[in-house]
Design a binder for this molecule. Structure first.
Ligand SMILES: *Cc1c(COP(=O)(O)O)cnc(C)c1O
Length: 360
């Protein structure tokens, strides 16, 4: 059996080294020393000035919308994980979908302006599969129309664009450290901003809005993460360079074997490098996709239609909207198995089955 993904577990002794300290201090949560250490080490690793470690990526999105006082309409992409859209609705705002670019699969900046109304207050875009959006075009539009920009960088851990962390673009970026992501703390999320006063507000919001023993500064929530999650984050951070290298090498192996596959790889931003988060292919037709998927399933090799269906159509709490590029792409996109323990031999087997099925 080959799953589509498999959470990375560090060697037990690497995790235990951090957990021993937790038993010694008996400090389990509430901005403990490991959580603080993780924030410092991640700032260093990602080369960002300010970040917060929170419970998950979804609450990070909700806090970003709340802290920036986003209201009314939010322009967003229909080609993402459900949390991108649901967080907008959860915060009492209305998502306005803009179709994606057929090559990058990110929100198409040339279609954003047509969707702006007097009620628009923000753009929430996803760096899909870790591939940076056209951050410069989005910044120009946002400046012109005085809109806030939030990036869902759940997939974009370690990604740089123009030599800078992709998380430094926009007013706020978030990342997910969920177990299925490239780099994880079991459950976890990051909020990144360049604005120190906004960071302060977010830090207070993370802890119920408490500002002192008997005072409150903001409306808050509980988004603190625990020392055990921080320990996993610290253990995995020691190994993450090797994890990314292996995953990128696996992607190259797939690409070299699948040159004749009737499918294309989404076009990566030309001033950025792939972090190895996912391996999507956009196939020639949905018919071919179903055929390939079924054949792989029969060999107990599991793939995922990630992201299918379009968020502009799939959510029972929103009226469905046709998005021609997203609709056509979402039907044909398949993510192939990619995880640290996958071997080159397994990749070769998967590729052989794909090519044989396609040519049958
Ligand atoms: C995983 C994911 C999220 C949510 O992150 P959690 O940490 O699971 O809450 C948000 N957006 C995208 C694009 C994701 O893939």
């Amino acid at each position: 059996m080959i799953p589509v993904t498999k959470p990375f577990l560090p060697p037990r002794e690497v995790y235990d080294k951090f957990v021993d300290g937790i038993w010694h201090r008996q400090w389990l949560t509430n901005m403990g020393p490991l959580a603080s250490q993780l924030e410092m080490d991640l700032k260093d690793f990602l080369q960002v000035n300010h970040l917060l470690f929170v419970t998950n990526g979804t609450v990070a999105l909700q806090m970003a919308l709340k802290a920036l006082a986003v209201s009314g309409e939010v322009i967003t992409t229909p080609f993402s994980f459900v949390a991108t859209t649901s967080s907008i609705v959860w915060e009492g705002c209305q998502p306005v979908f803009v179709d994606i670019d057929p090559q990058s699969l990110n929100i198409d900046p040339t279609k954003i302006e047509a969707a702006i109304t007097a009620k628009t207050s923000a753009i929430l875009a996803t760096h899909v599969y870790g591939n940076p959006c056209d951050v410069e075009a989005i910044e120009r539009i946002a400046k012109k129309h005085k809109l806030k920009v939030i990036y869902d960088g759940a997939h974009a851990f370690g990604v740089k664009v123009n030599g800078r962390s992709v998380f430094e673009y926009g007013d706020v970026s978030i990342c997910s450290l969920h177990a299925t992501k490239l780099y994880h703390s079991i459950e976890g999320g990051l909020i990144i901003t360049k604005d120190p006063s906004l960071l302060k507000k977010l830090a207070s919001m993370r802890n119920f809005g408490i500002s002192g023993f008997e005072s409150f500064a903001d409306l808050g929530i509980n988004a603190k993460n625990s020392e055990f999650h921080a320990a996993m984050g610290l253990a995995n951070l020691e190994l993450v360079n090797g994890i990314m290298e292996k995953r990128v090498a696996l992607i190259h192996r797939y690409e070299s074997k699948l040159k004749n596959f009737k499918a294309f790889r989404p076009k990566w931003h030309d001033k950025s490098a792939n972090n190895g988060a996912y391996l999507p292919y956009v196939l020639e037709s949905e018919e071919l996709l179903l055929k390939v998927k079924k054949e792989l399933d029969g060999h107990e090799i599991f793939t995922r239609r990630y992201f299918y269906p379009s968020l502009a159509k799939a959510l029972p709490y929103l009226d469905p909207v046709e998005m021609p590029v997203t609709d056509s792409t979402a039907k044909r996109v398949l993510c192939l198995p990619l995880f640290y323990e996958l071997t080159f031999e397994e990749v070769d087997i998967i590729c052989r089955i794909i090519l044989r099925t396609q040519n049958n």
